[in-house]
Design a protein around this ligand. Structure first.
Ligand code: NDP
Ligand code: 2IT
Length: 446
């Protein structure tokens, strides 16, 4: 089996060796899914995983815009349309200076399995730009978004490809892109998700990824007859996912002691309560400030410059910032400090060596494609509401979200149950694979 996996990865590596993040995601999936394929006659010999890791289409385009000084700027835009076997391409847009094809292909591939797990009819895609929204005026962000959509609008649509937010893309950016799409197409449709409430958005969509990550952690704990109540939690990031993960932890009576951004971590031993979290939300979402400012307002807290939260003792760790932010040494430190549960809010935040450490110690570890699927799940519910031309109440959407996270947990159990513990990574990969593979087989070689 080892040989089959190595040969398969070598074949993909031949074409993609310059894309390390993409190859990392391919390896993780292959190690779980190939043994399953070999054991199942219906999938064996169909080259099905090879077909799944090759994007159906990759779009790359120039984005020109004019900054506040009248200078002409040039960025690169992308959309990776990965797989449409079970529905229109669906997945976020990321605006960050590090964005490149490797990162977007890894995110698009993860999205195939994640969207399948949600139980909703969504294919997978991912896109974005190397544009950096940090330090830009609203006018600059608007002009960039309009220029980006002036090209992208040709390739998307409510039944073709439905983008949403990711790092650097929130309600403001979705608004500007939606406005430009509507103007160019002369059509008001559910072409993007994460829209504002008065123009087709869904209640709970901003909260969904963070809430879902905590619901998933609660599911894992419940399975071993434990709960999140009274637990100490460290969270990385302070953006959309981190903020609402923190909020849900507070709802469930856990204590959150850290949040971070790319300049460092705040450590508040007394706990980040509701009022302090409201301060962080305003700081990050309205003032677009840095997390270090927290310690000016709350002087008991420490700012750990250029540090991640992973050396701070905790029961539960929620990595909610970015890929490969939690290294092998961090995993060892978490284990040594008594951490029992890691639920990924970000996509691929733990390096392979870190995952190995978690598995060796048999702690509860959930891969992002399962634990952060709540965001895209509520995007799917936003699409459903747009099609119905109707909107559901907060309670209705939240209870559907909880049901979906419960279903994803159950799927992970079905395919990941081992002797005395659950391999959530294996469970998520196999369960996600089956639905897409079956649809691809039924639709022929296209
Ligand atoms: P935001 O842009 O709202 O926040 C990102 C946060 O992560 C910020 O605090 C940012 O700090 C930090 N961060 C970004 N890059 C780095 C880096 N290289 N090193 C350290 N910190 C970094 O994004 P989201 O909260 O939406 O996304 C966070 C993660 O969750 C991503 O992995 C995303 O793919 C994933 N995700 C998001 C979903 C969504 O619905 N939004 C759904 C599922 C997954 P700084 O401000 O300093 O850059
Ligand atoms: O990684 C993700 O799942 C997202 N950024 C959300 C995608 C979506 O379409 O809501």
């Amino acid at each position: 089996m080892k040989k089959i996996i190595e040969n398969f990865i070598a074949e993909i590596d031949r074409k993609n060796s310059h894309e390390p993040e993409f190859m990392q995601a391919v390896r993780e999936i292959s190690e779980n899914v190939l043994p399953y394929i070999v054991s199942q006659d219906i999938y064996h010999g169909k080259n099905i995983l090879m077909r799944m890791v090759e994007p159906e289409r990759v779009l790359m385009f120039r984005v020109n815009w004019v900054d506040d000084n009248g200078e002409i700027q040039v960025n690169r835009g992308y959309r990776v349309q990965m797989n449409s076997a079970i529905g229109p391409y669906k997945g976020g847009l990321r605006f960050h200076p590090t964005v490149n094809l490797s990162i977007l292909k890894f995110l698009a591939l993860e999205q195939v399995f994640k969207n399948s797990l949600t139980t909703l009819p969504m294919g997978a895609g991912k896109g974005g730009s190397d544009f950096d929204p940090k330090g830009k005026s609203d006018g600059e962000v608007m002009r960039f978004c309009q220029s980006f959509m002036t090209e992208l609008y040709r390739y998307i649509g409510p039944n073709t490809d439905v983008p949403a937010g990711d790092i650097g893309v929130g309600g403001r950016e979705i608004g500007y892109m939606f406005g430009q799409y509507k103007k160019l197409k002369k059509e008001f449709s559910g072409v993007l998700t994460g829209k504002g409430l008065s123009w087709g958005g869904s209640l709970i969509r901003p909260e969904a990824t963070g809430y879902g990550t905590v619901y998933f952690a609660e599911n894992m704990l419940k399975h071993i007859s434990d709960s999140i109540k009274g637990k100490t939690v460290t969270i990385s990031g302070s953006g959309n996912v981190a903020q609402y993960a923190a909020e849900k932890c507070l709802h469930l009576s856990a204590k959150v002691i850290s949040m971070s951004d790319s300049s460092g971590t705040i450590f508040d031993e007394e706990g980040i309560d509701k009022e302090k979290l409201a301060y962080i939300m305003n700081l990050k979402n309205n003032e677009r400030g840095r997390i270090s400012e927290y310690t000016k307002k709350y002087s008991n807290a420490k700012f750990l410059k250029n540090k991640t939260p992973w050396d701070i003792p905790c029961d539960i760790a929620l990595p909610c910032a970015t890929q490969n932010e939690l290294k092998e040494k961090d995993a060892k430190s978490l284990i040594n400090n008594g951490c029992v549960c890691v639920s990924e809010g970000a996509n691929m935040p733990c390096v392979p060596g870190a995952i190995k450490v978690f598995k060796a110690h048999k702690i509860l570890y959930a891969p992002g494609k399962a634990s952060n699927a709540g965001g895209v799940a509520v995007s799917g519910l936003e699409m459903a509401q747009n099609s119905l031309r109707y909107s559901w109440s907060r309670e209705e959407v939240d209870s559907k979200l909880q049901e979906i996270m419960n279903d994803i947990h159950a799927s992970c159990l079905t395919h990941g149950q081992e002797k005395g513990w659950v391999d959530y990574e294996k469970g998520a990969n196999i369960a996600g694979f089956i639905k897409v593979a079956d649809a691809m087989l039924a639709q022929g070689i296209v």
